[in-house]
Design a protein around this ligand. Structure first.
Ligand code: UD1
Length: 374
């Protein structure tokens, strides 16, 4: 088995799968593509989540989509050839996910390595999002599609993907969340910032659609500031490197002044920050899921969500997009009055801390290496 991780949201998804494979006597190899490389974006997650050193580090770094994807593909090819693994396991929807799946699909006949995609079947329907392209294509290329929520199967069926390639396993990110919540709570990040539990807003912003254009970024920051004012609460903003670069390029530094800006948070810090917040404001996919599992109200600054169960069965509300100080008030009020719940007491099916075990069961059930597919 070969597992691939490359960017921040991948690390919490591979960690429990690696552990569950080892517990079942497998000997998985981990590849880090190096899509994310800063201490806070990568190493901190390996440390917090006790992920072993990768067996291969491809060191690709940042570049345009084409260059980054191509570099990962070039570097992955010899790794896959050498490993002769029965499964390549890719997770999520980042460039590393698609690049690795694409290489494996071209080598399928020679290597016999099949592809399993963890977090299959999520769809936003928005083709301008790089993640949507990555997830649709990764699903198309995969032999085994492991879905995190029941709605995903319908999305895959609508695309003509055979039902026998699809298996519902639940949300593996929530395995990591429940495992590490006690340690995260010990960090008490709110407390170290001088903020009491339930007395601040936690915000994140990094989607290209929100931060890559000056007007959009200014509008989103204005909306965040208005929420803080409306609720009369401080807004803590861990700043993603993409967003920091854009703020500087557009000379919007003054618009950060109303916020408690902190560096990108490590895994335990982020969970601690979310867990103690009155409200989360975000454009992240993972945070929509984590707040639902934590029972913390969340408002998402996106046109649509590929994770609709976080709205129908969770704490998430979509703000009209692009957000304005006026339009964000109503979803914020709805989210806050929706209340919160204790982690693990409610939430979508299969968000129970046992997804990695089910993933390994599926990999085993679909058997060892078989003859290459014609
Ligand atoms: C990527 C994922 C996105 C995910 C996000 C989480 C794709 C297409 N996008 O977006 O789905 O939500 O990760 O963080 O795969 N940078 C650093 N240090 C790093 C990494 C990046 O400074 O360790 C800066 C670089 O200027 C880089 C920019 O951030 O150009 C964007 O990084 P990139 O990996 O291309 O995309 P993200 O916006 O992080």
């Amino acid at each position: 088995m070969l597992l691939v991780a490359g960017a921040r949201p991948n690390f919490m998804k591979v960690a429990p799968v690696l552990r569950a494979l080892e517990e079942r006597g497998h000997d998985p190899l981990l590849v880090h593509t190096g899509q994310h490389y800063d201490l806070e974006m990568s190493e901190a997650f390996f440390r917090d989540l006790d992920i072993p050193e990768p067996d291969h580090h491809l060191g690709v770094g940042s570049a345009s989509h084409a260059v980054q994807t191509a570099r990962i593909m070039e570097a992955m090819e010899p790794v896959l050839e050498e490993a002769g693994a029965d499964w390549l396991v890719v997770v999520g929807d980042v460039n590393s996910t698609l690049a690795a799946a694409l290489v494996a699909s071209k080598l399928r006949d020679e290597s016999g390595t099949r592809i399993a995609h963890v977090e299959a079947g999520l769809r936003s329907g928005n083709w301008s999002m790089p993640e949507e392209v990555n997830r649709v294509l990764a699903d198309r290329l995969s032999d085994l599609l492991l879905t995190p929520s029941r709605d995903a199967a319908g999305n895959l069926e609508a695309e003509g993907i055979e039902a026998d390639r699809v298996a519902f396993v639940g949300n593996v990110m929530i395995d990591t969340l429940f495992q590490h919540l006690p340690r995260a709570r010990e960090r008490n990040v709110g407390g170290t910032l001088g903020l009491a539990r339930g007395e601040y807003v936690a915000a994140t912003l990094h989607r290209p659609a929100n931060v890559d254009h000056q007007d959009r970024l200014a509008g989103a920051l204005e909306a965040l500031e208005a929420v803080g004012r409306h609720l009369d609460l401080p807004v803590v903003l861990p700043l993603h490197p993409r967003t920091r670069t854009r703020v500087e390029a557009f000379q919007l530094e003054a618009m950060l002044e109303p916020f408690r800006v902190i560096p990108p948070a490590g895994y335990l810090e982020m969970i601690s920050l979310l867990d103690g917040a009155a409200l989360a404001l975000t454009d992240s996919g993972g945070i929509q899921e984590e707040t639902t599992a934590l029972g913390v109200p969340c408002v998402t600054l996106r046109q649509q969500t590929e994770r609709p169960v976080t709205v129908t069965e969770g704490t998430n509300r979509l703000a009209p997009w692009p957000p304005t100080p006026e339009s964000i008030r109503e979803p914020v009020s709805r989210a806050v009055t929706g209340g919160r719940w204790e982690p693990g007491t409610r939430g979508p099916e299969g968000w129970d801390g046992q997804a990695a075990r089910r993933i390994v069961e599926q990999l085993e059930r679909h058997g060892p290496k078989r003859e290459a597919i014609d």
